[in-house]
Write a protein that binds this ligand. Structure first.
Ligand SMILES: *[C@@H]1O[C@H](CO)[C@@H](O)[C@H](O)[C@H]1NC(C)=O
Ligand SMILES: *[C@@H]1O[C@H](CO)[C@@H](O)[C@H](O)[C@H]1NC(C)=O
Ligand SMILES: *[C@@H]1O[C@H](CO)[C@@H](O)[C@H](O)[C@H]1NC(C)=O
Length: 107
């Protein structure tokens, strides 16, 4: 019985450890059980489309670049830690969160 509990506990912690947050389609941090993923697509008219998402499978951290026959350039990046698929740094929000957290601690 003890072993079963231990195994369940281990499984639970392992699964917890596997899930981390990625930026999803709406650029909101959400739990992801595969890898974080982002893709940049550049059309011939230089219009650049950036998309963030959760990839359902676990993929080794890497970027794959490709150019399609119609001249579109596609770059897909996979990575494996929380929030890593978002390059846009929230310069305003982060200090605010830290200030809010700090004042919560001391007031
Ligand atoms: C796309 O960008 C390249 C280099 O920045 C530029 O030379 C080209 O004229 C641009 N094309 C269009 C359609 O804007
Ligand atoms: C690039 O795209 C072509 C056509 O879509 C595909 O056949 C090829 O496997 C892709 N290469 C990589 C490295 O993803
Ligand atoms: C996409 O994700 C990679 C990590 O795999 C990150 O280095 C890069 O900054 C991201 N791209 C953008 C445009 O946010």
């Amino acid at each position: 019985m003890k072993i079963v509990f231990f195994a369940l506990f281990l499984l639970a912690t392992l699964q917890y450890g596997d899930a981390f947050k990625c930026y999803d389609d709406d650029y909101i941090l959400d739990y992801c059980e595969g890898s974080c993923y982002n893709s940049t697509t550049k059309r011939g008219n230089n219009q650049s489309i950036f998309k963030t998402s959760c990839w359902p499978d676990s993929v080794r951290t890497k970027c794959v670049e490709n150019t399609t026959a119609d001249g579109s350039y596609i770059k897909n990046c996979y990575c494996n830690y929380a929030g890593c698929n978002g390059g846009r740094v929230t310069t305003v929000a982060l200090p605010l969160i830290i200030v809010a957290f700090a004042s919560n601690q001391f007031i």
